[in-house]
Write a protein that binds this ligand. Structure first.
Ligand code: ADP
Ligand code: MG
Length: 485
């Protein structure tokens, strides 16, 4: 007999054995689900893959040592009994750690597809056999095979919480603690660039993996699209789908990227539905709320808005200070409060730029061994500061605000005190303070020679109103974004 035909028989036999085992295993899974409950089952037992039978012993694989030990401790005996009841010849269960992706192309499991009809050029039996046991558990269950790695710096501990992000933070924490809770699935995070969406998503992932209970896949919408297109090209869309649908928590970042990409959207929609229907958690981020993401299919938008929608607002001065303090402390470089305040005043666009500026200061201090002073800061960051100064003028702010509330531009500097005019004027002053580096007296002068205390009052009044009235806050944020872009 030729080697090729030997291979054929062995593969055929291995496949036949697998399909028989798969049937038994799916029956055992049904019983386990009833016995231990859906959640427990999903958390611990679903990740089992069935390996070969050797005499009276069957090998079961789990992806990590942690899971293996837990399952052995909690369910080892029960698994033995159930297998024995199904297949009397099996008397023992051996639990091993093995990479799930190495656990063969056709996993033997409840969802396993029927085995391929063996063909002459099938893989040699050695390869068709059991997965390679691995000594060390994989880095928990990040599905790095299909997703991007998580940035270890982005955790809940390093996320500074303040008014603008506390709601999003609380939702993210909640999802990390109890994924797939009704009302929190999907979790939709939105906000402008550099405000911490990606940070929060990675933090959710890191937290879940620390607990070691679930498999997590994080990727940008862009990467999702590339993976999908690559799968179509290599005719492996089924595999792509299977992979995605096998995770417990799927996180897609920057969903706005899918606008106009109809096929990818369609695929995402189906993946989304399959996962949510199976009780898995979805976390999505975008730069706008679901209802504002025009260009996204209606049915997808509707489903995205069905769980929890949480926005991250632009930073406030207080939050910027807290973030700077936290990051300065973490760096170990002494940065005077004056410098932190200066930065928080000047760099208002987003946390990423704020962080970038601080990092540059710190690098400079470390490199030259000189203390950080206000002067040095202005020097080291002069290009950044210039760019921010140039960004918006008070005239632009006045024009946009007047347009927004439909008042005359001249009312910005008029003496009229009617609410319909006075409120927009206060908003313009507030934005002038936030978005430019002009001093309070300078701003006052541009608003019909008003006193600096009037500007101060406007800033605190608007801040207060934004806290009380979400619709008003949204208006102001919108204006800010328009002016900043
Ligand atoms: P987004 O995804 O919304 O564009 P990121 O999550 O990438 O923003 O955040 C940009 C940078 O700012 C990251 O380095 C992140 O760690 C940091 N950052 C944003 N918000 C916070 C926060 N509240 N506390 C600490 N760091 C933050
Ligand atoms: Mg991001």
């Amino acid at each position: 007999m030729t080697g090729g035909l030997e291979g054929y028989d062995a593969v055929a036999e291995a496949n036949a054995q697998k399909s028989v085992l798969a049937i038994h295993w799916s029956r055992i899974c049904e019983r386990l689900k009833v016995e231990v409950g859906e959640v427990e089952y999903r958390t611990w037992l679903r990740q089992i893959t069935v390996g070969p039978v050797d005499e009276d012993e069957i090998t079961l694989y789990l992806p990590t040592r942690f899971l293996r030990d837990w399952v052995r401790g909690q369910y080892g005996d029960r698994l033995g009994t159930l297998w024995n009841a199904e297949v009397p010849a099996i008397r023992r269960v051996e639990l091993q750690v093995a990479r799930p992706d190495a656990a063969s192309a056709e996993p033997v499991g409840e969802d396993a597809p029927t085995p391929d009809i063996p063909v002459a050029h099938a893989r040699p039996p050695a390869l068709a056999a059991a997965p390679a046991p691995v000594e060390e558990p994989r880095q928990a269950e990040v599905r790095s095979d299909l997703a991007a790695p998580l940035d270890p710096r982005f955790t809940f501990d390093t996320f500074v919480v303040g008014k603008p992000n506390e709601f999003a933070y609380a939702c993210a924490r909640r999802v990390a603690e109890r994924p797939s809770s009704p009302g929190f699935n999907p979790l939709f995070l939105y906000g402008g660039v550099g405000l911490g969406k990606t940070h929060l998503m990675h933090a959710i992932g890191a937290e879940l993996l620390r607990e070691g209970r679930v498999s997590v896949a994080y990727m940008s919408a862009e990467k999702f699209m590339y993976r999908f297109i690559a799968a179509i090209r290599s005719q492996s869309t089924m595999e792509f789908k299977e992979q995605l649908r096998s995770v417990d928590v799927l996180m897609i970042d920057d969903l706005q990227f899918l606008i106009g990409k109809d096929n990818t959207q369609e695929e995402f929609f189906h993946t989304f539905n399959a996962l949510v229907d199976a009780g898995r958690q979805i976390v999505v981020s975008a730069d706008k709320s679901p209802s504002d993401l025009s260009g996204l299919e209606d049915r997808l938008r509707t489903r995205l808005g069905c769980g929890m929608v949480a926005d991250i607002h632009a930073t406030t001065f207080e939050l910027r200070i807290s973030i700077l303090e936290a990051k300065a402390t973490a760096s170990g470089v002494m940065v005077p409060a004056k410098v932190l305040e200066f930065l928080a005043h000047k760099i208002t666009s987003n946390v990423r730029e704020l962080e970038g500026a601080l990092n540059r200061l710190i690098a400079h201090a470390n490199l030259f061994g000189r203390p950080v002073t206000l002067e040095a800061t202005q020097d080291v960051l002069h290009d950044i500061l210039k760019a921010h100064d140039r960004r918006v003028t008070i005239e632009e702010i006045q024009r946009k605000v007047a347009e927004h509330w439909n008042i005359r531009l001249t009312d910005m500097s008029s003496a009229r005190r009617a609410r319909a005019v006075a409120r927009p004027r206060q908003v313009a002053m507030y934005l002038a303070k936030q978005l430019t580096s002009r001093s309070l007296p300078e701003i006052g002068r541009k608003f019909g020679n008003r006193d600096h205390t009037t500007v101060m009052h406007a800033v605190s009044r608007v801040t207060e109103l934004m806290e009380q009235d979400p619709a008003f806050a949204e208006d102001v944020e919108l204006l800010r974004r328009m002016l900043e872009s």
